[in-house]
Design a binder for this molecule. Structure first.
Ligand SMILES: Nc1ncnc2c1ncn2[C@@H]1O[C@H](COP(=O)(O)OP(=O)(O)OP(=O)(O)O)[C@@H](O)[C@H]1O
Ligand SMILES: O=C(O)c1ccc[n+]([C@@H]2O[C@H](COP(=O)([O-])O)[C@@H](O)[C@H]2O)c1
Length: 190
C-alpha cells in the first residue's frame, strides 16, 4: 500500500520541542501516515560543535518521540560514513521502499540554504519538500516547496547546548525524558 511518509532529517543534538511541534503540525496538515526522524551522520553544511555520540543522539530521539505511535526513527544515514547528503539517502530509501511517497520536512533556515544542496534539482524530482517557518528566516524559495505555517518556536539545539553549558535552565524547551538523559549522562558540559 502506498504510504505518505514525512521525513524530518536533522542533527538532533539534542532533539527539542521545535522538532516535535513541526513534525506533528506537518503530520496532521498533510494527512501523512507517519513521520520518520532521521539523524544524520555528519551534516553536509556545518561542522558539528559538539561530539555527542550516535548512541546518545538516538537514545534522546527515542525518549523524545516516546508515546507517539506515528513517530519513528530512520537510521539509514548512520550506516554510511562521511557527510550525509540527502540525495544519496533518499535514493537508497526509495530503492528500499519504492511504494512510499516521501515528504522531506525542513525549517526556513534550510529552505534558504536549498540552492546549495547537493544535486538539489534531481532531489526535487524525486521527493516533495515541505518548508516550515522559523524565526529570523524567510519561508520563500524559487524551489517548489509546500509551505506549512507552524507556531513560531524560538528554540534551537545550539541554544540548549549553550544554556546547559552555562548552567542555565532548559526546562520546558525539550521533553523531560531528554532533559533527564542530558543530566544523567553529563552531556553538553552539564
Ligand atoms: N525551532 C524550529 N522551528 C522550525 N524548524 C526547526 C526548528 N528547530 C529545528 N528546525 C528544523 O529541524 C531540522 C533539524 O534541525 P537540527 O537538528 O539541525 O536542529 P537545530 O535546532 O537547527 O540545531 P543547531 O542549533 O545545532 O543548528 C532542520 O530542518 C531545521 O530547520
Ligand atoms: O544534501 C545536502 O546537501 C544537505 C544540505 C543541508 C542539509 N541537509 C539535510 O537537511 C536536514 C537538516 O539539516 P540540519 O543540519 O539542520 O540538521 C538534515 O537531514 C541534513 O542532512 C542536506
Amino acid at each position: 500500500m502506498r504510504k505518505k511518509i514525512g521525513i524530518l532529517g536533522g542533527t538532533f543534538d539534542p532533539p527539542h520541542l521545535g522538532h516535535l511541534i513541526i513534525a506533528n503540525e506537518v503530520f496532521h496538515r498533510l494527512e501523512l501516515d507517519e513521520i520518520q526522524f532521521m539523524p544524520n551522520q555528519e551534516p553536509p553544511h556545518k561542522e558539528r560543535e559538539s561530539h555527542t555520540s550516535n548512541r546518545d543522539r538516538i537514545r534522546m530521539l527515542e525518549l523524545a518521540i516516546q508515546g507517539n505511535p506515528f513517530f519513528s526513527i530512520e537510521k539509514i544515514e548512520l550506516e554510511r560514513k562521511g557527510r550525509s547528503f540527502t540525495y544519496d539517502t533518499m535514493k537508497m530509501l526509495m530503492e528500499r521502499n519504492p511504494e512510499n511517497e516521501y515528504y522531506f520536512i525542513i525549517g526556513a533556515d534550510m529552505v534558504e540554504y536549498l540552492p546549495n544542496w547537493h544535486q538539489v534539482d534531481e532531489l526535487m524530482k524525486m521527493i516533495k519538500f515541505v518548508g516550515v517557518n522559523r524565526p529570523n528566516y524567510e519561508l520563500e524559495s524559487s524551489y517548489p516547496i509546500i509551505p506549512i505555517e507552524v507556531p513560531f518556536i524560538e528554540i534551537s539545539s545550539s541554544m540548549i547546548r549553550k544554556r546547559t553549558k552555562n548552567g542555565e535552565t532548559i526546562n520546558y524547551l525539550l521533553p523531560y525524558g531528554v532533559i533527564n538523559y542530558i543530566e544523567e549522562n553529563q552531556l553538553y558540559g552539564s
